[in-house]
Design a protein around this ligand. Structure first.
Ligand SMILES: [Zn+2]
Length: 310
């Protein structure tokens, strides 16, 4: 099966002492080779390189396993890659049954490890991770960054804010001309609300430049506009999902299948499996948000989970 990969950005802060790579790009060989060659041509020794991982998605930490050398420090919003693996397993365990039941009904069996390797990716090597939390600081040459905990897109997403220089590294919190997906891990937190809170926070930063995980940079006004548009987009979808439940669609897959994507009705099965998975996770996020708000109730069903108006 042909797999498509989204190009992702990585940023390097070089100093004569240690250097910092912000996100490490994808796991695919092409990406790893490109990054290794770039670091070599810039004469950045890997043992004096640190990697800051904004969030544990394969296009942001995929090359860590290949690049890692003793002496390298890997920073993330989690304590270990094992923890990340457990998160992935929790997500698949909780949400996959609905997806699987639907795929089987339509005659397609999806093997998550194969078809959704992108979402399933995890680091097998025992690479130590330094967990960063809100308020921690990282200084590289003239740049001093404060770590911000900015959940929503992914629960342990962190970002870097250099207030003095007005530089903000935003990971996938915001995108230009597209909307960030929300990936809940389980039902314990309201990830949609977390994302809305993160967006409000971003609007107060007023950076001169925002560097994102994908696409070109933004200025303050573009950031504020993007935050407002992202909030409107997700709020519209929350409202759509609520309307669907009140009209009698109760199962996650039924809602996902009946949903209108990119403004027009397209058959669910015409989308690539990875896209279907993203959409389903996001719909689970919207449903869970409505449960946390007291508007819906959740019940365990044969297809996974069902939702009803409270
Ligand atoms: Zn991501």
């Amino acid at each position: 099966m042909q797999k498509s990969y989204t190009p992702a950005n990585t940023y390097l802060i070089m100093t004569p002492d240690r250097s910092l790579l912000i996100d490490s790009g994808n796991v695919i060989q092409e990406s790893v080779d490109l990054l290794s060659e770039a670091l070599e041509s810039l004469a950045v020794p890997l043992e004096r390189l640190d990697i800051f991982v904004t969030h544990l998605h394969v296009d942001h930490f995929g090359a860590v396993e290949a690049l890692w050398r003793p002496g390298m420090r890997v920073f993330a919003g989690t304590s270990s890659f094992r923890e990340q693996q457990e998160d992935v397993e929790t997500r698949f365990g909780l949400f996959f049954p609905a997806f699987d039941a639907y795929e089987q009904k339509s005659g397609v069996t999806v093997l998550p490890e194969r078809e959704l390797s992108y979402a399933y990716y995890t680091i097998k090597k025992d690479i130590p991770v330094i967990r960063l939390s809100e308020g921690d600081t990282l200084t590289y040459g003239p740049y001093s960054f404060r770590v911000l905990e900015t959940p929503g897109h992914e629960r342990c997403e962190i970002s870097l804010w250099d207030e003095e220089n007005g530089i903000f590294f935003a990971g996938d919190l915001i995108l230009k001309g597209a909307y960030t997906n929300i990936y809940p891990r389980d039902f314990s937190r309201d990830d949609v609300q977390d994302y809305f809170d993160t967006l409000e926070r971003l609007k107060t930063l007023k950076p001169s430049v925002v560097y994102m995980g994908h696409g070109s940079s933004m200025d303050t006004q573009e950031l504020v506009d993007a935050c407002e548009q992202a909030r409107d987009h997700h709020q519209r979808r929350v409202n759509d999902v609520y309307r669907m439940v009140s009209r009698g669609h109760h199962d996650v897959m039924d809602i996902a299948y009946s949903f209108t994507y990119t403004g027009q009705r397209r058959r669910w099965e015409q989308y690539p499996v990875g896209f279907q998975w993203n959409m389903m996770c996001e719909i689970v996020g919207y449903l869970n948000h409505l449960v946390h708000q007291g508007k819906l109730i959740r019940r365990k069903s044969e297809q996974g989970w069902s939702f009803f108006v409270h």
